[in-house]
Design a protein around this ligand. Sequence first.
Ligand code: ADP
Ligand code: ASP
Ligand code: MG
Length: 438
Amino acid sequence: MKIMKFGGTSVGSPERLLALVDIIKNSEPKIVVLSAMSGTTNELVEITRSLYKKENEHAEKLIDSLETKYSAVIDATLKEKSTHEKGLELITFHFEYLRSFTRDLFTLNEERAVLAQGELLSTAIFQLLLEEKHIKSVLLPALNFMRINQNGEPDMPFIADFLKAELGKCRGESLFITQGYICRNAFGEIDNLQRGGSDYTATIIGAVLQATEIQIWTDIDGMHNNDPRVVNNTYPLAELSFDEAAELAYFGAKILHPTCILPARNRNIPVRLLNTLDSEAPGTLITANKPTEGIRAVAAKDGITAIKIKSGRMLMAYGFLRAVFEVFERYHKPIDMITTSEVAVSITIDNDSELDHIVDELRAFGAVEVNTSLSIVSIVGLFPAAKPGYANTIFAALREIPVHMISYGGSENNISILVETKLKNETLQALNKGLFNL
Ligand code: ADP
Ligand code: ASP
Ligand code: MG
């Protein structure tokens, strides 16, 4: 069984939906995971913002305009009377549901239900298109098997049992369609795997079914050596190791959801990144193969906050760092970077909710300084500690950039620096020149 995930652009227009039929129509058994059509989740986010603010008229306007777009998609894709009618009924059903929130209480539960509509729509429309083309497919409703536990992590045993039960009902079938991104939480409520989460859906499904391969189809020909949105002259990497891909995804390469490599790595299932706009391009193959030495790629993660705690108590003391880390643990805040000196420790986090409480607690240890609007720029590859030269090459490339923090040696795969977000583009461009001669 192969898992094939198609992102927003790949289902983003009538033309793309039709092209998708050609990519998936062979008889090989597969589960097709679909995102919402491009732009839809952003628009649903806008709708939820209006609903929270009780700007119901504005929310209705946004809902109307999204509905108009979807009606046009139905008109352009579904040409037979019966499927066209079903398509229009489908749209009416989902958009009336969205409108119902303008008349009711709006809380986090309702927000998540609104955000789920994009993937529910794209999969239902695609199935109608397959029906029109006389291609048999089975819908696996993600809300029947995809689940996160109380820590927000995928509940793998639950997913395995319930997905296999769904598949068990359809023996002999070879084409399955399911929604990316959406799931239920430990309380059975509708939830999601965070933005970009359809990649995660695909790798979770691939892992629980021990798939032969997980394919992530998107709008670019694989993982590039640098962020193509910011830097010209980037190039695709033919191969990556799981570790390298996981670092790049976690540290901001938008092509992959931050944690989606982990399920594939745990079960050693190859992940292939492919381009729907150029389906013959080789893309990037991610496997357990040992990486070759050297610098492979650069990525950046925004929205970073640095917290420095300066304390005389740290001098020659033990137990200080534990006490500091416990504060972050209590607030469920993963730490991305850490550097220490004899009198201070600096820590970065990527989510500053409850920052005031954290800072209040840290003040018990010494003076606290907070810096926001920072970005972590990560250089990923294989840099054995015994090999000289990497630090020199990297810092020569960065000679004009003020660097706030450096993390080197935490692993052989990642060297990270912290810069002001306003200098991120310049930093990525300088690294492209200095590290890759581009
Ligand atoms: P999808 O909707 O298919 O999930 P995304 O927009 O989430 O697509 O991811 C693909 C985009 O990621 C590309 O269009 C590209 O602009 C961006 N991107 C950022 N960094 C990289 C990188 N290192 N390699 C390739 N693409 C990247
Ligand atoms: N539709 C969701 C998003 O835009 C999930 C995804 O595309 O992966 O974040
Ligand atoms: Mg994505």
